[in-house]
Write a protein that binds this ligand. Sequence first.
Ligand code: SF4
Length: 462
Amino acid sequence: MTDGYGDCIERVASINRSRDRQPLAFVRTFGCQMNAHDSEKLEETLLRMGYGKAPSEDCADLALINTCCVRENAENRVFGNLGKLKELKGKKPDMLVAVCGCMMQEDAAVERIKKSYRHVDVVFGTFNLDRFPELLLSRMESGRQIIDIWKGPREDRGIPSGSLATARHFAHKASLSVMFGCDNHCSYCIVPYVRGAERSRPPEGIMEEARALADSGAKEVMLLGQNVNSYGKGLNLSFAELLERVCEIGGIERIRFMTSHPKDLGDDLIQVMKAQPKIARHLHLPVQSGSSRILSLMNRRYTKESYLNLVEKIKSSMPDIALTTDFIVGFPGETEEDFADTLDLAERCRFQGAFTFLYSKRTGTPAAKMPNQVDPEVAGERFKRLLACVNGIQEEANARTVGKVLKVLVEEPNAKNPELMTGRGHGNELVHFKADKSLAGQFVDVRITESKIFYLMGEALT
Ligand code: SF4
């Protein structure tokens, strides 16, 4: 954190206290869990600066958009959102609009904002979240558009943004970043360009934060990193060892982690997962394609066969593991034969859940320049076939849980039926069941009575 972090928070809070009512802020987040966690930090910063929470942009005095650039669709939605905010700001000229996140690390996006979105007041990137109070104060004092983008981490400037306090959506579960950035350079991915090279946080800071989370009531902790299982380079500590240390913390009853890269998943991690009952029996292991040829073009550094062997090893060590994955359909050069390999891999791995994405061309990545970009119609048709395949497998997997008792961490009332509570099982199963609201934050045994493709229904036993 820069020295001015606390000072600037207090100065913005003082301006906000002098208003005739408490100003409200709304944060909209696009993208992955890392971005969602960054938004929790920004929400806490906003609370400290005296803002209340607005239920939507419409009633906000400050709107902050945390952007994602992994797919073109997410970028288009950000610009659509900024267009709506322009109209809103036309009616409420004192409203402030800030934009941050991965997209802001792309020069073209920032240039577009400078040129066509002059109503945006503050722009910052992924490396300087801790400067948000300073940038907002500058905007308030100068009335100018403030843009502050760094092209990489500056660890010598004090405590990095990773240690900022967070506003949690749930008291009983929390995310904890253990590493930042990625060195893998998968040929389709823009993350290494916008989140920088891989940096692991020293274990002392992670343990301190984990203990503080437990003290504040977090029973479930999600350890986060773009490539979490390669944690520890240069620290003489592996991710498996870090997990064991976090398991020792009293109060934390369930530990999850994401995202794991198949090439970095070693026997030590499988053994620790098997031995530690606190570690959730869920592994998200993105495969992306079932064709070894396409995996090589993607620079994933594993083959179809090595992935299948890894899955076999994991399932024989932990037969009750819930495996989930990501697929990209329509990568440049993908033939019908390559796609058949993807379907074959999906059938053989029997994933409990899969996120399927159409390949999205990202300027600046090697894949964007590859020949044989797949016709969107062909890719769309393959996408539908894969979706039908993985949904069918997920439906079957869910049907097998009927009659079983799952240990569910109760989260919140069901959005559609307030008589129901919603929670997650050890394998990340989404479960709805009749229960009192007071059970939020408790572990409850739930017998599964009915299964659907994406969720389960059950009855609480305790
Ligand atoms: S592992 Fe590959 S896909 Fe994942 S963040 Fe790193 S470069 Fe992107």
